[in-house]
Write a protein that binds this ligand. Structure first.
Ligand SMILES: [Zn+2]
Length: 328
């Protein structure tokens, strides 16, 4: 079994092709963030390195044991290091040096390079020769979520494996197995383009410290104990406006549920929702308007089409919120 059930058909195809025609030297796994490209690359690497030559990595042989220990000498992971967003030329030189050696344990060597679009031109050029003339039996498993941003010279030397998000039913089933009912999982999938891993981290993120801080700040703003500008400034400093909006969206969904009389234990934020709303419930219509607005902003952000002045967007939403809970 692969890491995730929805990857099985793609993986089976790799197995079949390796048996019949052999696999190409360089594979480029493409698809949205959060659908498990990396996990599939790792599983495939383990299988390619396994000494048993089965349809799955055996888990028992010397190679699989080294793999499980994270010390396989015939595997190299190449990704941005030290907080950098780029794969530097030194890293590509290490890949080339690695592939110039012969395998130590397995019959082949495997390099996993991710994400491939963050190589600069020098790095890409350094990789080209290796992509063109593989030394010995080796495989390069490359990953990208932005196929269009991969240099054509790289693209043309790889075979593309396009991974699609699983069908909604399959994602819901998987999220249910992770402990999330359809009621929570459905909006999470919608907000994350149907990518199950991203939906899961979004759901898990609900409890994160950061979101707790945002909630406390919203409470302070509601009670008038923190100034608008300060909060808006802090929120807009987040790397991704999407994160704040995703959180605000799910919090407002909770407010709507509370407004409909749904009990605290059915809410993601539990009793904090009513505590933040204060004594009187705001009118449902106003709540829905704000909820819709955040949803629109979020959709525009997710589509990549929007460019907002973060601070202004946040300030106007916060003002709308306070007008909602403390009508003048
Ligand atoms: Zn094995």
């Amino acid at each position: 079994m692969t890491a995730f059930p929805w990857q099985q058909p793609v993986y089976n195809d790799l197995v079949r092709r390796r048996r019949s025609t052999g696999l190409p030297h360089a594979l480029l796994l493409t698809g949205l963030a959060g659908i498990g490209k990396h996990e599939l690359a790792l599983y495939t690497a383990k299988w390619l390195l396994c000494l048993q030559d089965g349809d799955e990595p055996c888990g028992q042989c010397h190679s699989c044991q080294l793999w499980n220990a994270g010390t396989h000498p015939d595997f190299l992971l190449c990704q941005p290091e030290d907080g950098s967003r780029q794969i530097r030329i030194e890293a590509i030189r290490r890949v080339n040096d690695f592939l110039a050696q012969t395998p130590q344990i397995s019959r082949c060597q495997v390099v996993n390079l991710r994400p491939v679009e963050v190589m600069n031109t020098n790095s890409a050029n350094a990789l080209l020769k290796t992509l063109e003339e593989p030394a010995g039996e080796s495989y390069l498993l490359l990953e990208t979520e932005r196929f269009g941003s991969v240099l054509p010279t790289i693209r043309s030397r790889c075979q593309r494996i396009a991974l699609n998000p699983p069908a909604a039913d399959e994602s819901l089933q998987w999220l249910a197995a992770q402990g999330y009912a359809a009621e929570q999982a459905e909006p999470a999938l919608r907000l994350n383009h149907g990518a199950p891993l991203k939906a899961l981290s979004w759901l898990q993120g609900e409890q994160s410290d950061q979101q707790q801080r945002w909630l406390e700040q919203l409470q302070q703003w509601t009670q008038g104990t923190a100034p608008l500008q300060l909060i808006a400034e802090q929120w807009s400093k987040q790397l991704d406006l999407q994160d704040v909006m995703g959180w605000l969206y799910s919090f407002l969904s909770d407010c709507l549920k509370a407004n409909m009389g749904i009990a605290d234990d059915q809410l993601i934020y539990g009793p904090q929702v009513r505590a933040t709303l204060g004594g009187a419930m705001p009118p449902a219509a106003k709540l829905i308007t704000l909820h819709d607005r955040v949803k629109e902003i979020l959709a525009a952000l997710l589509s990549g089409a929007a460019s907002y002045n973060k601070q202004l967007v946040i300030e106007s939403l916060l003002l709308e919120w306070r007008d909602l809970v403390n009508p003048q």
